[in-house]
Design a protein around this ligand. Structure first.
Ligand SMILES: Nc1ncnc2c1ncn2[C@@H]1O[C@H](COP(=O)(O)OP(=O)(O)OP(=O)(O)O)[C@@H](O)[C@H]1O
Length: 372
C-alpha cells in the first residue's frame, strides 16, 4: 500500500534525516515508526503526503509514484493527524471536521452531516460540535483531530505523535479507541511515536529507527520483544521485554482452578466457613469480583461482609482473551497469590497461579511457540 524504496532525505544544511529507507507498509494495518528524538520518524511520515519531498528514492502509494501526484490531491486521500490536533481555533468543532469535505466540493449540508456522524464515531457527544477547540479538553481535541482526518474516508491515515500531549490515562483511552475504530475501519495507518509501549500496543508492525535516519528493525511487536536485531533495539524496547513478550502468548489451555468465593452481604461467620487457605474472593450479585476477604481481616469484624471489609484485589485475567502476561500479572498482583480469572462478561470463573503460568510457558517453549 505504501512502499519506501531507498528513500533518503537530506535537508539543505546537509542533515541526513532519513537514510536509504526501504520499507513496505501493509494495507489495512497499523504500522508504527518509533525511535529516539531526531531519528527521522516525522520526516519519513511527511514524505508520504509530500509535505516534505524525498531527496532520492521512490515512495509508492497504492502502486503509484507520489511524485506523479499533485500534492493537494494526494493529501485528500491521506488523512493527517498531528500532536495537539492542529485544529482551526476560530472555527467550531463541527466546522473543523467539515473542512476537508467542503474543500473536496461537498455541499455544506452534506459536509456538516458527515461531520456530525464522525463526531459520534470518535465518541464525542454531538453538542460539543458547537464549541470552539479551546473549549474542549486535550483528549477531546485529539478525537476531533481524528474525526477531521477521517472526514472524506481516506484509505490512508498518517498520525504524528497524536496522543503525546495528553496525560497517560487519557492517552490509554485514546489508544483503545483507535484500536476499536481500526477494527471497524481497516485503514492503512502509519503512526509515529517515541514511546515504545505505545508502539507495541498499537502496531501490527513496528519500525524502530536509530539516530541518523536508519531503520534498525521492522517487525511484529512480539518479534521485536523476543528477537531484537541488535543491542540498540534491545535497549530501546526496554529491560523487562521478556515479561512483556508474555503479552503476545495466548493463555489458551491454562488450567483454571477452583476459588473460594462469597457474595457481598454474606454474614461474616458464613464467610469465615467458606475461606480456603485463609482466603475468599468476594463477588457482587452479577458474580463480578469486587475484592478479597482473609481470615485475618474477618477475625476483626462481625455482621455482614460489606465493602469496608474488603481487601482490594489485583488485576483480573480474562479466560476468553487474556494472555500469559495478564494471567501472571493477575497472580502476582493478588493479595492471596491466586490470580482471579473471569469470563468475557467479567464474571468469576476461578483462579490461576504463577506456577501454572510458568508451566504453560515451558510447554509453549517445548512446542516451539516461543523463541529460544
Ligand atoms: N527543515 C529541516 N532542516 C534541517 N534539518 C532538519 C529539518 N527538519 C528536521 N531536521 C533534522 O532531521 C532529523 C530528523 O528529524 P525528524 O523531525 O524527522 O525526527 P523525529 O524522529 O520525528 O524526532 P522527534 O521525535 O524529536 O519529533 C533531525 O536531526 C532534525 O533536526
Amino acid at each position: 500500500m505504501i512502499e519506501f524504496q531507498a528513500v533518503t532525505k537530506r535537508f539543505d544544511d546537509g542533515t541526513v534525516a532519513v537514510d536509504e529507507l526501504n520499507l513496505s507498509v501493509d494495507p489495512g494495518r497499523i504500522t508504527v515508526f518509533v525511535g529516539p528524538s531526531g531519528c527521522g520518524k516525522t520526516t519519513s511520515l511527511r514524505m508520504v503526503n509530500r509535505m516534505i519531498d524525498a531527496s532520492s528514492g521512490t515512495i509508492l502509494v497504492d502502486g503509484k509514484d507520489i511524485r506523479q501526484s499533485d500534492p493537494p490531491l494526494l493529501r485528500r486521500g491521506i488523512g493527517y493527524v498531528i500532536q495537539q490536533a492542529g485544529l482551526f481555533p476560530h472555527r467550531t468543532v463541527l466546522d473543523n471536521v467539515a473542512t476537508v469535505p467542503l474543500l473536496s466540493g461537498w455541499d455544506r449540508r452534506k459536509a456538516r452531516s458527515r461531520a456530525a456522524e464522525l463526531l459520534e464515531i470518535v465518541g464525542l457527544p454531538s453538542e460539543l460540535g458547537k464549541r470552539y477547540p479551546a473549549q474542549l479538553s486535550g483528549g477531546q481535541q485529539q478525537r476531533v483531530g481524528v474525526a477531521r482526518a477521517l472526514a472524506v474516508d481516506p484509505p490512508v491515515l498518517l498520525m504524528d505523535e497524536p496522543f503525546s500531549a495528553v496525560d497517560p490515562v487519557v492517552r490509554e483511552g485514546l489508544q483503545d479507541e483507535l484500536l476499536r475504530l481500526q477494527d471497524e475501519l481497516d485503514k492503512t495507518i502509519v503512526f509515529v511515536t517515541h514511546d515504545i509501549d505505545e508502539a507495541i500496543k498499537l502496531g501490527d508492525k513496528v519500525a524502530v529507527f536509530r539516530t541518523g535516519g536508519k531503520l534498525a528493525q521492522y517487525d511484529k511487536p512480539s518479534e521485536l520483544l523476543a528477537r531484537p536485531a541488535d543491542d540498540f533495539v534491545a535497549s530501546f524496547v526496554g529491560r523487562d521485554r521478556g515479561y512483556r513478550a508474555l503479552g503476545f502468548l495466548s493463555a489458551d489451555g491454562l488450567p483454571v482452578g477452583e476459588l473460594a468465593s462469597v457474595v457481598l452481604g454474606t454474614p461474616v461467620d458464613q464467610a469465615r466457613a467458606a475461606l480456603r487457605q485463609g482466603w475468599a474472593v468476594v463477588v457482587d450479585e452479577r458474580k463480578h469480583p469486587v475484592g478479597w476477604v482473609s481470615a485475618d481481616r474477618l477475625s476483626t469484624v462481625d455482621g455482614l461482609v460489606t465493602e469496608d471489609v474488603l481487601l482490594s484485589g489485583g488485576s483480573l485475567y480474562d479466560v476468553d482473551s487474556g494472555s500469559l502476561r495478564s494471567a501472571l500479572d493477575s497472580a502476582l498482583s493478588s493479595p492471596s497469590a491466586l490470580g482471579v480469572a473471569v469470563d468475557g462478561t467479567g464474571a468469576l470463573v476461578g483462579s490461576v497461579t504463577a506456577d501454572e503460568v510458568l508451566r504453560a510457558l515451558a510447554s509453549a517453549r517445548d512446542a516451539g511457540e516461543v523463541p529460544q
